[in-house]
Design a protein around this ligand. Sequence first.
Ligand SMILES: [Zn+2]
Length: 500
Amino acid sequence: MRRPAALVLAFTVVAVACTSGGLDDSADTTATTAATTTEAPTTTAPSTTSEAEPTTTEAAAPEVSAELSGVGDELFPLLGNSGYDVAAYEIDLDLTGDELMATTVVSLTATQDLDRFHLDLVGMTVDGVAIDGEAVTFDRDERELIITPNAPLTEGDAVAVTVSYRGTPEPVADDAGPFALGWQTREWGTFVASEPSGAASWFPGNDHPTDKATFRISVTVPEGVAAVAPGLLEGIEERGDGAVTYRWVSDRQMATYLASVATGPFTITDDAGPDGVVIRHAVVTARADDLLADLDSTVPILEWMVDRFGAYPFESYGVVTVPDDLAFALENQTLSLFGADFIDFGDDFADQIEAHELAHHWFGNLVSPARWQDIWLNEGWATWAEYAWAADQGFADWDELAAEAPFFGDMGPLLEVTPTTLFDAKVYIRGGLGIEALRRTVGDEAFDAVIDTWLTRFADSAATTDDFLAVVDEITGDEGGSVMRAWIFDDEMPAFPAEG
Ligand SMILES: [Zn+2]
């Protein structure tokens, strides 16, 4: 994620104006969503083969299990679940009616014996749950969907869990986000902004970056509406009544918070990029020429990143530009989310933000934070890449950023974050400066080896700050290790070293 106020003083005034506009918009939308949800049918359809078990949310058992809900994330104890590993999500969404009709098939493998297990799902009405085609008992408690198999799962069992649900997705209140997170409904269409806790607003899953999976997302929309999702477009089918189904497939690993859908009046491009990467943008059709001209920097930025970080890790890349002013941009996997405001900021700044979101595809998307406390690994690296790229183009300066850092507020230790300060300026600025301080201390050759080892060792996985420090120690010894530790842990932000 990247907000303008976090980094560039020159844009602070613009950012404040955009932020308040965005919040107003989202407050309206949230209120509308809540009202709609309240009025939606709330009966729970029969979903069980066990006569003894009631299936409504009032069911007495099973209860939420502390051992099964959450993966031990200190900042977000309820995110994710324990006891299984997800291999694939197959999400079918139908947006042609008054409410979202959805089916998600979660293919998972038990990592322990389970007489029940949890998926994360917020709001929505669950009509039924089945395991390998057989209806099973389920219960709801806050964001936990508690599923009881007809026969307990044994460690190593691989099953397909089908959840049928409907409703108007309710974004998840999160103080760190620019608005309630997850699925967003607007007059012109929909989009998704989930980091860190919003994915459960639109599909049931194991909502933590430590459990990545492949995704197939099919979206049925009314005539004249386009739907875009991560990966490659497998096909478009007409349903007969004018509705159209877009089938998107991503065979690469993806964390739940990076999965997304956008529907609306979009033009979707499909161009051959470097090394076989499909360049796919989704832009508002009414401004398509203008927006695509702004996005012509995508390929040169991608080439700069590949040169520095190695092969681009996914099948496709592009940007979806929504008509709203969002006051942030977000690195949804293969489909970075941009509001009209960021694109309209002007070429250099829009390109710098595009560099930031693209850099996340290595730092955050390929190698994800194993705990949300490690968010600086995402934002510090994306800020480093953004500034390194912009400095190469001649419109950014590390020493100026270091001088301006104190004006952005708290620049304290990087792991001292809370759910409400997850995206504070320090994780970007102190994080990015710390990484540049490492480069200036150990030189480009060792620095590039750190990047290569980090990205290779933890590809398609998640890692912690300690994992990162172990790589720095291994490659650079105490010289780099002590610098990096000071930038991460010292109470005061260290002095920024001069270019060697
Ligand atoms: Zn970011």
